[in-house]
Design a protein around this ligand. Structure first.
Ligand SMILES: O=C(O)c1ccccc1N[C@@H]1O[C@H](COP(=O)(O)O)[C@@H](O)[C@H]1O
Length: 210
């Protein structure tokens, strides 16, 4: 199956246009105030208007208030929310769009914990990230061999954390994920996308598709 590409943490309309043109399937808007990729609502809405009709726009949230999430879903036309904090399974519904629950992986127990989100609320996918200090976007990989623990979980699994053009082929071969997600690995500085790197990343993933 085709491996989907999500590029996360776009902060400028011009970057968004270049990212879509590179052929990505999904884009992430980061609503975590602690992130260098944070976008306020007005900026997010203008970036969201660049979304091509069949592409996905995902809002990334960390322990956010449900009403704040719902406002951003509505105002930006988000097609999914990515909950990247300490949200419990009970926190994973009520936004009107599918939820991707992200978990930071230090070892097998964190992957096992991911199973507690399967079949719960609106959880439609799992995302495994490396465990850098902070909540995400830290550019740190994890042990990709752990992904197979979720092979029978019944949900799409995305792999993230420290991916870049030079290692994404290895990650895809090792995990055969539903999708890959990248933030810092395709940037010239935090929040500013390097479109050459985005294109190289997308080309590499596409070259591995059947
Ligand atoms: O990108 C961020 O700053 C961020 C902040 C808080 C939560 C999630 C964040 N991004 C997500 O982190 C992973 C991995 O990012 P990276 O490629 O290692 O930089 C990815 O899923 C982003 O969506």
């Amino acid at each position: 199956m085709k491996v989907l590409v999500k590029v996360c943490g776009v902060t400028r309309v011009e970057d968004a246009q270049g990212v879509w043109a590179a052929g990505v399937d999904a884009m992430g808007l980061n609503f975590h105030p602690g992130s260098p990729r944070f976008v306020d609502l007005a900026r997010a809405a203008s970036i969201a208007r660049t979304r091509p009709p069949l592409a996905s726009m995902v809002g990334v949230f960390v322990n956010a208030k449900p009403e704040d999430i719902r406002v951003r879903v509505r105002e930006c036309g988000l097609t999914a929310v990515q909950l990247h904090g300490d949200e419990s399974p009970e926190d994973c519904s009520g936004y009107g769009v599918p939820v991707i629950k992200a978990l930071r992986v230090r070892g097998p127990d964190d992957v096992a914990k991911a199973r507690s989100y399967v079949g719960v609320g609106d959880v439609a996918g799992l995302l495994l990230d490396g465990a850098a200090p902070g909540y995400g976007g830290g550019g740190v990989t994890f042990d990709w061999s752990l992904v197979k623990q979720l092979s029978d979980c019944g949900l799409p699994v995305l792999v993230a954390g420290g991916l870049k053009p030079s290692n994404v082929a290895e990650a895809v071969r090792a995990t055969r994920p539903y999708g890959v997600d990248v933030a810092s690995g395709v940037e010239s500085s935090p929040g500013i996308k390097d479109l050459d790197a985005v294109r190289a990343f997308v080309r590499t993933v596409q070259s591995l598709n059947p």
